[in-house]
Design a protein around this ligand. Sequence first.
Ligand code: AMP
Length: 355
Amino acid sequence: MFAIEARKLGYRVHTFSPESDTPTGQVADIETTASYADLDAVRTFARSVDVITFEFENVLSATVEAAAESTLVHPRGEILHTTQNRLREKIFLSTNGFPVTPFRRIKAIDDLFRAADEIGLPGVLKTAGFGYDGKGQAKISARGEIDTAYAAMNGQDAVLEAFVYFEKEVSVVCARGIDGEFTSYGVIENRHANHILDVSFAPAIVSEQVFNEATELARNIAETLRYVGTLCIEFFLTKDEKLIVNELAPRPHNSGHLTFDACVTSQFEQQVRAVCGLSLGSSEFHRPAAMANLLGDLWKNGEPDWAAALRDPNVKLHLYGKAEPKPGRKMGHLTAMAASADVAAKTVTDARNRL
Ligand code: AMP
């Protein structure tokens, strides 16, 4: 989706990935297939482009440093280093005064028993690195569950977080330009199924105060990071209207995919504009909108019936071109606009049910 927007603006795209025939590779001018650890390949790639950005934050620091020797990299390697590790990210957020749930670093099982006493249970134990969509996570409700939860971390560095009894989950997708210009898509409401984002809709059903606080927090986080590009901040919203930052995604985010159809400028175009040093576009919504994810599970009886979903003329289909539909793998999404966000959410879920 980034490459499509870049091509619309007349840019040529060169993508670098450990895999071949990737969704980006299918629309890019050139696809380099090499490991992120192959620094010679990274340097050759970097010399061939004017600016580098990411669609995924788990790129090694050494890779980003090698790339930055010869070209611009946005967001900076230092930001990826912070956001690709839950512990570093939480330390960054808490030391800068942003609201996070109490957390402790876990390096050994004794740390976990102590942390459980200090911050209380239930808690969620998460690997510090390489976790997404609930992978590498275990909820601990009682002390008797500590041994099993710790064993599931396989000796990796982890974080214990106090469990948040949230009312809903929301996100703010925003963009910051090279000169500090800032824009956001307001507050998007997110519903998860099995820890994976299922449906997003905008505007979120939240008070004006929550809307303003969430967008101000996003602006301040982007400022503090001196961020360039599209950034997503995921929040928990508690019953007493407190916002807690769950995590940052230093890239266009799944909850912002609805902006591709619903906004004057999509989150992907904002990313292109920001990293290329252009002014940001308007983030205004044409109408309230919703998005439903299409996971690989939908393929269990063969190719889903796309024609059935598209029978509603308000529904748009996006398929990413991923080779293999595995359970839990995000293969595409549906979007729709309507007079209200909840009608749009019903439209996309009804369409998905017809698949
Ligand atoms: P994450 O990978 O950290 O985004 O977690 C995936 C999902 O697990 C979140 O979207 C929440 O639904 C749930 N979750 C994660 N951390 C917590 C927590 N501390 N308290 C309650 N639910 C959580």
